[in-house]
Design a protein around this ligand. Structure first.
Ligand code: SF4
Ligand code: SF4
Length: 333
C-alpha cells in the first residue's frame, strides 16, 4: 500500500513543520516507511510551497511529486482560487488532483460553504487555524501547520493527539512547544467535518501529466544514463516550467546574479565566441537538476530569462538545444 498526503501553503505558514510532524508520527505510531519532500517557491515570503508525504508498508524508492493523493491539507483557502485560475501549476496539481478523499482546510467557513472549484466528492474538514494559532503564537503569518495537524488527527483518527503533542514539545522545548501543543488541541476540538461533501463544480483540473519515461527525448549534451536529480529520466519531474534565456537580452558584464542565486547551482552563465569573432553569453541550465523554482528569472535585472512550460519545450525542442549545457564539472573548464 502507498498513501500520499499533500500539504499546500504559502511560505511561512508552517507546512514543513507539519510535514515533519506527520511523517514522524506515522513512523512511530504505525512503523511505516515514510518519505517527505518540499517543493519550494522562489522567495522566502509570499510564494507557494507544496510538501509531499508518501507512506508505505514497504520501502519507497520514488522521489516523484504525489500524483494520487488521498488527503490534502490546504493552509489557506485562497489557494482554491489559485487552482480555479490555474495560476500555479504545482499548486493546481497538489490540490486539484484530489477528486475524492479528504480535504483539511484552514478557513473560518463551515465545510458546506467552502467552494471547491473542481469536481470533488468526499470529506471536508475546516478549522479556523489562523484565529487559533494567532491566539497562542504572535507571528505573522501565523504558522498554522500545527493546528491543521490537530484537525487532521481528529478527523482521521489515525494519529493520537498525545503523540503529536509530545513530538511538538520535543521539537520546540519550552514555551513555544507548549503553545503549539495548545493550538493543536484547540484545533482538534473545534474542527468541523462534513462527510459526503460534493462540490458544485464539475470541472476537472488540467493535470501536469507525469512524463512517460518511454517517451523521453535523447538528451544531447548530457550522456544518457548519467541523469540523476529531479527529472531522473522524466518520471520524477517536480517542475512545471523551466528557464529559457533570450541571449539578446543577456547583458551583464561580470557576475550573473541569476547564477549566484540559483539554489541548486544548476543554472550558470555560458560565454562563447562565435565563428565570426563575436563574444556572446546566455544563461543555461543543467536540465537534470534544475528544480524550476524561477529564482533565476525573478532575479535577472534585464529580464533575459523566461519561464516556459516544460511540455511546450519538449514539444518543440526535445533536446533542450540552447537551454541546457553539461554542468561545469562535466565540461572540465
Ligand atoms: S542571465 Fe540575467 S543576470 Fe545573468 S548575466 Fe544574463 S542578464 Fe545578467
Ligand atoms: S536554474 Fe532552475 S533551479 Fe536554478 S534558479 Fe533557475 S529555475 Fe531555479
Amino acid at each position: 500500500m502507498i498513501q500520499e498526503i499533500n500539504l499546500a501553503c504559502m511560505s511561512g505558514q508552517g507546512s514543513v513543520q507539519a510535514m515533519e510532524l506527520l511523517s514522524k508520527a506515522y513512523f512511530i505510531r504505525h512503523g511505516y516507511f515514510v518519505k517527505s519532500q518540499v517543493f519550494p517557491g522562489p522567495r522566502a515570503r509570499s510564494a507557494p510551497v507544496v510538501c509531499y508525504i508518501k507512506i508505505s508498508d514497504s520501502p519507497i524508492n520514488s522521489i516523484s511529486a504525489n500524483y494520487h493523493p488521498s488527503e490534502v491539507l490546504v493552509f489557506w483557502d485562497g489557494l482554491f482560487r489559485v487552482v480555479a485560475n490555474d495560476a500555479h501549476g504545482i499548486v493546481s496539481d497538489a490540490i486539484g488532483r484530489l477528486q475524492s478523499g479528504l480535504f483539511v482546510v484552514n478557513t473560518p467557513l463551515p465545510p458546506e460553504d467552502v467552494d471547491i472549484p473542481f469536481a470533488f466528492s468526499g470529506t471536508i474538514a475546516t478549522v479556523d487555524a489562523d484565529r487559533i494559532v494567532t491566539k497562542y503564537l504572535r507571528r505573522d503569518p501565523p504558522p498554522v501547520g500545527t493546528a491543521l495537524v490537530g484537525a487532521y488527527a481528529a478527523v482521521t483518527g489515525k494519529l493520537p493527539l498525545a503523540l503529536l503533542e509530545g513530538l511538538m514539545r520535543e521539537r520546540f522545548p519550552g514555551n513555544n512547544g507548549q503553545r503549539n501543543a495548545e493550538a493543536m488541541q484547540e484545533a482538534f476540538e473545534t474542527v468541523k467535518v462534513e462527510r459526503g461533501y460534493r462540490s458544485r463544480s464539475s470541472k476537472t483540473v488540467p493535470e501536469t501529466d507525469p512524463i512517460d519515461p518511454q517517451s523521453l527525448p535523447e538528451y544531447s549534451p548530457i550522456e544518457k544514463g548519467t541523469m540523476r536529480g529531479y527529472t531522473q529520466g522524466g518520471a520524477n519531474i517536480l517542475r512545471a516550467k523551466i528557464p529559457v534565456c533570450d541571449d539578446n537580452r543577456c547583458l551583464c558584464k561580470g557576475v550573473c546574479l541569476s547564477e549566484a542565486m540559483c539554489p541548486d547551482n544548476t543554472g550558470f552563465i555560458a560565454r562563447w565566441t562565435t565563428a565570426d569573432g563575436q563574444k556572446r553569453q546566455g544563461y543555461r541550465i543543467d536540465v537534470d537538476y534544475c528544480r524550476g523554482c524561477g529564482t533565476c528569472a525573478e532575479i535577472c535585472p534585464y529580464g533575459a530569462i523566461g519561464r516556459v512550460p516544460e511540455r511546450e519545450v519538449l514539444a518543440t525542442n526535445p533536446t533542450y538545444e540552447g537551454i541546457t549545457v553539461a554542468p561545469f564539472w562535466k565540461r572540465g573548464d
